[in-house]
Design a binder for this molecule. Structure first.
Ligand SMILES: NC(=O)c1ccc[n+]([C@@H]2O[C@H](COP(=O)([O-])OP(=O)(O)OC[C@H]3O[C@@H](n4cnc5c(N)ncnc54)[C@H](OP(=O)(O)O)[C@@H]3O)[C@@H](O)[C@H]2O)c1
Length: 297
């Protein structure tokens, strides 16, 4: 499960009107899947029935409800799927695609040169080795993977989350931890190279003061950000991108999941038939890792 599941359920009413896709209800929610191929179209060469695969299906092309992942059977373009990491079970593989592709496309490689709907220029990752990276929302679906990718690339990581998440994010490799319920990170941190704000929205601008000149702020949810002038004054780059389905990147990421470089944490799992309870859990927030729907145990 991912935040767009509840945004779609709600007709994207949380987005500004100009960003709201037109949704024809009823819809089947969901984008991320892991399962076994039942059949392939005649022109598909890379995959065959019986292959275990995972995917983020039709995102953002199908964000108005054409991905339909909360189901026993799903169709997906072959270009969006990859072989499931063999050492990872379906629940963990299904939990990976959107969050992990988001972390990868922000930090490592955007993976395409299509126009960026969020800004006039392409999103550019920045060097991580030897740099200090602050990750806000470090315990969440995207955040817990950003922490791991930044560590893998040799960064020093300051994780920001609620206090109950400290052991979890330190276990993922975070070097320092700030409990935002006790301390405002922007009041105590200065001179970092990169802030990855996995909460985002209108409050992202407060992180500008934590960055050194030449640093970068990546708001994962950039809508509502209004700090462009302050960023220019401080010599800070602000950049975002919209995650896109990408089977080739998932194939690369299979390797990192298989060898344990990147671990997917599951907060809780629910049977598909009780997706409602999973959405109620999501609404309570403070998710540590991912929520997963299981079709069959
Ligand atoms: N650009 C894109 O294409 C893209 C792709 C994927 C996701 N997103 C967006 O990125 C955001 C995060 O997605 P997600 O899947 O990671 O969501 P998530 O799993 O719900 O994670 C959000 C995390 O933020 C933490 N948090 C909440 N309030 C906070 C605060 N004030 N300060 C610091 N941490 C706080 C929560 O736990 P604690 O409060 O316990 O720390 C939670 O772990 C969503 O808005 C989503 O729409 C954008």
């Amino acid at each position: 499960m991912n935040p767009p599941d509840w945004y779609l359920r709600d007709g994207y009413r949380m987005l500004p009107p100009e960003w709201q896709p037109r949704v024809e209800f009823p819809v089947i929610l969901g984008t991320d899947v892991s399962g076994v191929i039942e059949d392939v179209a005649e022109d598909v060469t890379g995959f065959k029935p019986g292959d275990a695969v995972y995917a983020m299906v039709r995102f953002p092309t199908g964000l108005a409800g054409q991905s339909r992942a909360y189901a026993e059977y799903v169709t997906a373009p072959a270009s969006e799927i990859a072989l499931k990491p063999a050492r990872v079970d379906h629940a963990h593989a299904a939990a990976a695609p959107m969050s992990l592709l988001t972390a990868w496309q922000f930090l490592i490689d955007q993976g395409h040169d299509l126009p960026n709907p969020l800004q006039p220029h392409p999103h550019q990752p920045v060097p991580l080795e030897g740099r200090t990276v602050l990750v806000n929302g470090a315990a969440g679906g995207v955040g817990h993977l950003v922490v791991q990718l930044a560590k893998w690339k040799g960064a020093q990581v300051i994780a920001v989350a609620s206090g109950r998440q400290e052991a979890f994010v330190r276990g993922l490799g975070a070097d320092d931890f700030i409990d935002y319920t006790r301390v405002a990170p922007e009041a105590v941190v200065t001179g970092v190279d990169l802030v990855v704000d996995c909460v985002g929205g209108p409050t992202s601008g407060r992180f500008l003061q934590t960055l050194k000149r030449g640093g970068a702020l990546f708001p994962i949810f950039p809508l509502g950000f209004d700090g462009a002038e302050e960023a220019a004054r401080r010599g800070v780059t602000v950049s975002a991108t919209q995650v896109r389905s990408n089977g080739q990147q998932l194939a690369t990421l299979s390797g990192l999941l298989n060898d344990g470089t990147v671990r997917i944490a599951i907060d809780s799992r629910y049977p598909l038939s009780d997706a409602r309870a999973a959405h109620e859990r999501a609404a309570k927030g403070h998710i540590a890792g991912k929520l997963v729907l299981t079709v069959r145990e």
